[in-house]
Design a protein around this ligand. Structure first.
Ligand SMILES: Nc1ncnc2c1ncn2[C@@H]1O[C@H](COP(=O)(O)OP(=O)(O)O)[C@@H](O)[C@H]1O
Ligand SMILES: [Mg+2]
Length: 240
């Protein structure tokens, strides 16, 4: 199954093998992931599709180094994410991966420009480089004319574009987006998925998205269907 997902001649960005995650609350245990194995192919769009509670966010959090698996391994560019030190994980999240959330997670008193700029400050870029990159990514997502607006002055779709620009700004090799269309109407949501596809090509970034929306599958190169903490199916995009 994992072999079929690989793009020819390129190693996958992520290889997940037998990933188990058990949450413990007092004497009860919830086995959220029951042994997931899959690859995230480079410069492609991978979809984790499943109903609420199937384990999508748990898997994304493990791949992003926000939490550690109970057993199994997740390799990012060959390095075991579960075995990284906190300092390595911090570096991973600041520079090598970008995160996009369902609820946008923008700072409400900051403009679009300032929200993106902050990510580049944290990544350690100097002022001149930051200014150039902030303008570049906000143009890429179609918000050049709105860059000084604050989140409440923007539509939901525009706010999600700001958060995508913020994730993209430090040149990560991989962007994770957890239900990025979940708060948007279907037309706006598909516009966001189309934007991810365009950025994937223009910025050579790998994209990994979770969704419960079957319509998003039409845009993905590979879809893994998750039911109750297991992968039950894999769909490859068939057109070139
Ligand atoms: N921090 C947690 N503590 C205990 N159980 C959790 C926690 N996070 C998620 N779960 C449980 O793990 C399962 C998968 O949740 P989640 O990964 O959020 O699914 P999805 O994102 O697909 O909706 C669910 O049964 C959920 O209740
Ligand atoms: Mg979720």
């Amino acid at each position: 199954m994992a072999e079929a997902a690989a793009s020819p001649g390129m190693t996958p960005v992520i290889t997940a093998r037998d990933v188990v995650k058990t949450y413990r609350r007092g004497s009860t245990a919830v086995e959220a992931l029951k042994g997931l194995s899959f690859d995230v192919p480079r410069q492609r769009m991978t979809l984790l599709k499943g109903r609420s509670g199937s384990g999508k966010t748990t898997m994304l959090n493990l791949m992003a180094g926000l939490d550690r698996p109970t057993s199994g391994s997740i390799r990012f560019e060959g390095r075991d994410v579960g075995a990284m030190s906190d300092a390595e994980l911090t570096r991973l999240r600041r520079r090598e991966i970008g995160l996009v959330f369902q609820t946008f997670a923008l700072l409400p008193t900051y403009s679009a420009y300032e929200n993106v700029d902050l990510a580049l400050r944290i990544a350690g870029l100097g002022a001149r480089q930051r200014d150039r990159r902030v303008r570049e990514v906000l143009s890429l997502v179609g918000l050049a004319k709105r860059m000084h607006h604050r989140p409440f002055e923007l539509s939901g779709g525009e706010q999600q574009r700001v958060s995508i620009a913020r994730a993209l700004a430090p040149h990560p090799s991989l962007i994770f987006a957890d239900e990025p269309t979940g708060e948007l109407d279907s037309t706006t949501g598909l516009g966001i998925v189309r934007l991810f596809r365009r950025l994937m090509e223009e910025e050579s970034v790998t994209v990994c998205i979770t969704t419960h929306d079957a319509a998003v599958m039409a845009f993905a190169d590979v879809t893994y269907e998750i039911v109750d903490g297991r992968i039950v199916g894999e769909v490859q995009r068939t057109d070139g």
